[in-house]
Design a binder for this molecule. Structure first.
Ligand code: 5GP
Ligand code: ZN
Length: 111
């Protein structure tokens, strides 16, 4: 349908380092990690932002993120979960995604 880079990864998962996949969701390592651990969880169906997601999608995105964070041992020290929505938040890829980052300290509030 489009030139969305995350839809491209859904069609051809070899383009990313996939850590989780089921019929409807995919999780893969971020190309430009901002922490020792940094991965993304996406719905396979294209949704522009969190504004377009239903409850099941939101729940699954977070549940998959938590499971994969635990597998990486991030539950010990904790981790940061981020969903950027549109331009004020700096969303740069227009396909809904959840960031999970861990393995270092994060500051609050974010910039
Ligand atoms: P946003 O700024 O939209 O919240 O986050 C987009 C994220 O996608 C960024 O962290 C960026 O590094 C990551 N990203 C952009 N293009 C690709 C790609 O082709 N492959 C992977 N694995 N990550 C990407
Ligand atoms: Zn897409």
């Amino acid at each position: 349908m489009n030139d969305c880079i995350f839809c491209e990864i859904v069609k051809n998962p070899i383009k990313a380092q996939v850590i989780y996949e089921d019929d409807d969701f995919l999780a893969f390592e971020d190309l430009h990690p901002q922490a020792p651990a940094h991965f993304l969880i996406i719905p396979k169906a294209h949704l522009d932002t969190i504004l377009d997601a239903d409850e099941r999608t939101l729940g699954r995105l977070l549940a998959i993120g938590v499971e994969e964070a635990k597998k990486k041992g991030l539950d010990k020290g904790g981790f940061r979960t981020v969903i950027n929505c549109k331009r004020h938040a700096g969303q740069s890829v227009g396909h809904l995604h959840v960031h999970i980052m861990g393995g270092r300290w994060f500051t609050w509030p974010p910039g």
